[in-house]
Design a protein around this ligand. Structure first.
Ligand code: C2E
Ligand code: MG
Ligand code: MG
Length: 767
């Protein structure tokens, strides 16, 4: 604004025209020279767009390039030189209303100089009638270009700062790159003189830049791509990583104008790179219909905007990578259990609206450990990686496959019709294993056990992902129990038994401390002499309400709950001390062997040899009298670790017995890898002796095989004379079963010893 104190004051009582005439005319005059030297244009002109100019001071030539004469003889010149956008505003005051108004407000407008340069004018004038009553403007034109440029630059910088600040705010609030890019081009596009802003992303091949925000209405396809090379302005910004200014597209021979930008009618542009941590993301550019709209002063602003975007993209990428790591399994790339639980909960939420059941499959590979141990971990990993896509290809697109860890997979089946459909899908999934997996050039057939659980909202039972997974897990367990390679649907019975298991586990904690465990002993008879040479210790739990419980009711629960180790230690120590007491009790102090059972989990525990060594040391039992019975399935599931443990136990001098022989998968060659002293033929084979030809043949083969391996053979579950007869005929070493004795309490054994009635006397008659 112009300070009024600087205004030239007009002699009030004099006609301005004559005053100026006098000044202009009298060149010698002091004040005339003064006017000529003022950095302003003094003028007198008649009213209207083409009002005649009566006087204009010589500075007009310096400021506008036209001589005073050119002005005086061309009444339309002034209005023609005013910038078209400002003309209306400049001419608005050309009315008689201004007559005599000494307070007429000064106006600002742009004018073209004779050479075409644009200058800012401040026009301050009063309209007065001359002597003849003709209204004449007496005014002063100030060249305010410099001040105006500073003002405009300042305003532009403030507007730009505001855009960067708002963009920064949005970037913090919303991490979604799509939305942020849209915000950015909108905010920047609102700046004065900016027609559009665009964001270009470097394409996958690195050779193209694809338009991803801005110019929404421009044509699709080719028009939305530019080269990432130096032949495009954006490509050049990327290539040199410096800002590229195109002051005037019409005169630019460096770059090809992108069609999308041409469609906009852009005259000038500015482009900067959006950098990334590892590689540039792309380019941010702005376009104007004015030539020369962008200069070096605009670069910091656009770079600041690009930096805000770059930071936001970087953060988003890092978030995404982190999220992916947290929610996915690194080996297979499948969602992990955490993410599966989320998906199941979502599906259950949707089901509560739609009412359609949600199903889960819990899949566990059969004998995965065997592959891991025999072919190595790399082969195991390769198998898991190969299983993942197979499972997916046997499912519907919306179904989710996740890896829980190890060889366990979860499958979510959204929108089920009924249980039958869940079973059908499980069968389809199982068929994914019909083809062999090729590992290290060899085809391997792998099967899976699948547990199915279906959540039905009609049941009215509150359910969540964890409960549903637990149910499917229990069903999978049942599938394994009933022989593997099958699918089992979780049912009410399983639910009840799962709940009972949990209840039992709670009660089993502290059973040792509460002295609720007991041991029964079942004599083992030498089938040649009838002599009882040993006893198998069998654990029982005296439950406060349920009475005396057999191992089937609690041993596997103890294993799952991590309680088998303390129970095992108690059994071992009690049995060892007991058998030492009986040694004392026998008149000839003939030693008895004591057999103790070890479950799979106990064998896989690395402390087992140390624990056994401790029992031997504490009780003083000669280790040859300690027999450890290990069930055959342990070997299949844990072979590598099992070998090491069994070797360590063997070093202690104890005897190892392979229990339940025939129920597992051991082959002759397989057995020879382990340091066993004896094998116990499973009850199911003994049952068939003398009844079934085939069963008898198997027992015969087993005994023959054991002989070849120098293993002793024990037959368990001998209940009938005919079984005993057959065993004797086949030259089996030892027998055990109800036919001789049930599992007895320690006092009963002691009484038998005292009465010298422990041995079986019927053998000699059989022989
Ligand atoms: P197992 O080692 O095969 O033990 C033999 C099982 O057969 C015992 O059942 C025994 O009572 C039963 N039995 C013996 N003779 C006959 C017979 O003539 N006919 C029939 N039908 N059954 C007979 P129990 O005591 O219920 O033990 C079952 C399983 O529990 C055992 O099988 C063993 O694997 C496990 N177990 C027993 N005690 C312990 C222990 O202290 N620790 C561990 N980890 N497992 C144990
Ligand atoms: Mg046993
Ligand atoms: Mg057995």
């Amino acid at each position: 604004m112009v300070d009024s104190s600087q205004n030239p004051s007009w002699p009030e009582d004099e006609q301005l025209g004559s005053f100026l005439d006098r000044l202009g005319g009298g060149r010698e005059d002091e004040s005339g020279r003064l006017i000529d030297r003022l950095p302003v244009i003094v003028y007198a002109s008649e009213l209207g767009e083409t009002g005649r100019w009566r006087y204009v001071s010589p500075q007009v030539e310096e400021i506008l390039g036209f001589t005073p004469e050119e002005f005086l003889c061309d009444p339309g010149l002034w209005a023609r030189q005013v910038h078209p956008d400002d003309r209306l505003h400049a001419l608005a005051v050309e009315s008689r209303d201004a007559l005599g108004n000494r307070e007429t407000a000064p106006i600002e407008y742009r004018m073209y100089t004779k050479s075409g340069r644009l200058v800012w004018m401040l026009d301050e004038a009063v309209l007065e009638p001359d002597g003849a009553g003709v209204p004449v403007w007496h005014g002063v034109l100030y060249d305010i270009t410099e001040r105006k440029t500073i003002e405009i630059d300042l305003q532009r910088a403030l507007d730009q700062q505001a855009v960067v600040a708002r963009l920064g705010g949005r970037a913090l609030k919303n991490g979604d790159p799509e939305a942020l890019m849209h915000d950015a081009v909108t905010l920047i596009g609102e700046l004065d003189g900016v027609e559009a802003a665009c964001i270009w992303e470097v394409g996958r091949d690195g050779r193209r830049l694809n338009l991803c925000a801005g110019l929404q209405d421009s044509r699709r396809g080719e028009g939305r791509r530019v080269s990432a090379g130096r032949e495009s302005h954006a490509g050049a910004a990327l290539d040199a990583s410096i800002a590229v200014i195109v002051p005037d597209w019409s005169g630019d021979d460096r770059f090809t104008m992108p069609p999308a930008v041409r469609a906009l009618g852009a005259a000038s542009s500015l482009a900067v790179m959006i950098d990334g941590k590892d590689r540039p993301f792309g380019v941010l550019d702005v376009h104007s219909r004015e030539p020369g709209r962008f200069g070096p002063k605009d670069v910091p602003f656009l770079e600041a905007s690009a930096n805000v975007l770059a930071d936001a993209f970087e953060r988003h990428a890092a978030d995404r990578a982190l999220r992916h790591r947290v929610l996915h399994d690194a080996l297979t790339g499948l969602p992990n259990r955490l993410s599966f639980v989320d998906s199941v909960d979502d599906a259950l939420g949707r089901a509560s609206v739609s009412g359609s059941p949600v199903g889960i499959l819990f899949l566990d590979l059969d004998h995965f450990k065997l592959i891991n141990d025999s072919l190595g971990h790399h082969a195991g990993d390769a198998l898991l990686r190969a299983v993942a896509p197979r499972l997916r290809s046997h499912l519907r697109p919306g179904d989710i496959v996740a890896r829980f860890g190890g060889d366990e997979f979860g499958i979510l089946i959204d929108r089920l019709a009924d249980d039958a459909e869940a079973m059908a899908i499980a069968e389809r999934v199982a068929s994914a294993f019909a083809q062999p997996f090729s590992m290290q050039g060899v085809d391997h057939f792998v099967n899976a056990s699948i547990g199915i659980a279906v959540a039905r909202l009609a049941d009215g039972r509150p359910t969540n992902a964890e409960l549903l997974i637990r149910d499917a897990d229990a069903a999978m367990y049942a599938a394994k129990e009933s022989g593997r390679n099958r699918s089992v649907l979780f049912d009410a019975e399983m639910r009840a038994s799962a709940q009972r298991r949990l209840q039992t586990e709670r009660e089993l904690r502290g059973a040792v401390e509460r002295d609720e465990l007991e041991l029964r002993y079942q004599p083992i008879v030498n089938l040649r002499s009838g002599e009882v040479t040993g006893l198998e210790a069998l654990v029982r739990w005296r439950h406060r309400e349920r009475g005396l419980l057999d191992p089937v009711d609690f041993v596997s629960i103890a294993e799952d709950g991590g309680l088998i180790e303390p129970i095992g230690r108690w059994v071992q120590e009690r049995a060892a001390r007991q058998v030492l007491e009986w040694h004392e009790l026998r008149p000839d102090a003939r030693p008895l062997d004591v057999a103790i059972n070890l479950s799979a989990r106990q064998v896989s525990h690395r402390d087992l040899p140390a624990t056994i060594a401790e029992v031997i040391a504490r009780t003083g039992l000669d280790p040859v009298h300690l027999h450890l019975e290990i069930t055959e399935t342990v070997l299949v599931e844990e072979s590598a670790a099992a070998i090491a443990t069994l070797e360590a136990l063997n070093e202690l001098g104890v005897r190892l017995v392979l229990d339940d022989f025939g129920t597992g998968y051991s082959s002759l060659a397989y057995l020879s890898r382990f340091p066993f002293h004896a094998l116990k033929i499973d009850r199911s084979f003994v049952d068939t002796l003398g009844v079934e030809q085939e069963g008898t043949a198997i027992v015969e083969a087993v005994i023959g095989m054991a002989r070849a391996l120098s293993l002793e053979v024990i037959a368990e579950g001998v209940e009938k004379q005919i079984q005993l007869d057959e065993l004797v005929r086949l030259d089996c070493d030892y027998g055990q079963g109800h036919f001789f004795h049930e599992a007895l309490r320690a006092e009963q054994i002691s009484r038998l010893i005292e009465a010298d009635a422990l041995d079986y006397s019927g053998i000699s008659s059989t022989r």
